[in-house]
Design a protein around this ligand. Structure first.
Ligand SMILES: C[S@@+](CC[C@H](N)C(=O)[O-])C[C@H]1O[C@@H](n2cnc3c(N)ncnc32)[C@H](O)[C@@H]1O
Length: 348
């Protein structure tokens, strides 16, 4: 019998990492999940009742607990506000970066180090001082790492969500590394042995995910990810006449035939601009009038589908639609992460 593969899921949210692990077919045991958000934890427990969820801030936990995990893989998607364009970009000075700095420190102190690390964050993290701190620590402790900037469009999912990913494996010689050592950006937009659509690059070689990839006919159509809503259900997803009239023009509008939607964020349906696409069910965008009858929001189930969550993912009955959007907006592309996990554990 092979040794049990143990996983610790930090910042577990609604379990995007756990679903990715299952999708990658990695025979594993998630020994503990960690998150402070009670609503997210209810969703997590609803989907994975067998996993103990620790509802305490990571930086407040004792060393003995991390030692006891004896995990082979740590997955992490720390809060991204310190690094987002909307945030103040204070990086590691931001209070919300504190728990991740604690984890970086922990990597040197914990005796039973995980063989594998997988970290996800917003695009922009690669420019932060937290990245530099993390990479220096990995080098000192003996991790070999690879960094990626990837988008689910590259896997033919019609949803744009460019994210930073770090994969690390504990199989290098630890070496000294000064506090000034810099790591030039070397992000890959492709993963060895995996068929990903390359994003477009300009003459200088700068990659633009918003151009290029989504013009590919291989990208699947939005309609494959849509629910058949009853006339009763559809009422929950209508835009109000006022919103449509006043803000209709700022929305990213797509039809069922489209091959791209914008990234759904936690502010979806709350703010019109830059929080995710809306659906025009009939006619041509920009040509035919958007009416209350032919326009609606994507449902949380549809957003989950577009992010690669499997059909057996569900919300508990008492989760509101708004909470669903918030939690999904904070979560991750299960399809991209499962691709990376497969590579990390089996081939890297
Ligand atoms: C970007 S989300 C990750 C979501 C997750 N990957 C998923 O699939 O839903 C960050 C999560 O970290 C949690 N969090 C933030 N600070 C924390 C801390 N200090 N300790 C534990 N969890 C924390 C938040 O509640 C949030 O759910």
């Amino acid at each position: 019998m092979t040794k049990e593969f143990r996983v610790a899921e930090f910042y577990s949210g609604i379990g995007g990492m756990h679903f990715a692990l299952k999708q990658a077919g990695i025979d594993s045991h998630v020994v503990r999940a960690f998150d402070i958000n009670t609503v997210a934890n209810d969703v997590y427990k609803h989907n994975f009742p067998e996993v103990p969820v620790m509802q305490r801030s990571i930086e407040s936990l004792p060393m003995s607990l991390f030692e006891a995990l004896r995990a082979d893989l740590w997955t992490m998607s720390p809060p991204c506000q310190p690094y987002t364009r909307q945030g103040l970009q204070k990086g590691s000075e931001d209070q919300r970066a504190k728990s991740f700095l604690f984890i970086i420190d922990l990597l040197a102190r914990v005796q039973r180090k995980p063989t594998y690390l997988l970290m996800e964050n917003v695009a922009g993290f690669e420019k932060s001082d937290t990245r530099a701190l993390l990479l220096r620590q990995l080098v000192r402790v003996g991790y070999r790492f690879e960094e990626y900037l990837l988008n689910p469009l590259q896997l033919c999912y019609p949803n744009s969500r460019t994210r930073y990913y770090l994969l690390a494996k504990l199989d290098a010689e630890p070496r000294e590394c000064s506090d000034n050592e810099e790591f030039p950006p070397q992000f890959s937009h492709s993963v060895a042995g995996i068929d990903l659509i390359p994003p477009a690059a300009d003459a200088q070689g700068h990659v633009d995910f918003e151009k290029g990839v989504w013009h590919h006919d291989e990208v699947r159509q939005v309609k494959e990810f849509m629910q058949n809503l009853s006339s009763e259900d559809i009422e929950h997803y209508r835009l109000s006449p006022k919103v449509l009239e006043r803000h209709g023009y700022v929305y990213d509008v797509v039809t069922p035939e489209a091959r791209r939607t914008c990234c759904f964020t936690k502010g979806y349906t709350h703010y019109a601009e830059g929080t995710g696409s809306i659906l025009q069910l009939q006619g041509v965008v920009g040509k035919d009038e958007m009416t209350i009858e032919n326009t609606r929001y994507f449902t949380p189930r549809e957003v989950a589908n577009l992010m690669g969550f499997p059909a057996d993912f569900s919300f508990p009955e008492n989760t509101s639609i708004k909470q669903g959007y918030r939690l999904l907006g904070n979560s991750l592309s299960v399809s991209i992460v499962s691709t990376l996990m497969d590579y990390l554990v089996r081939r890297m």
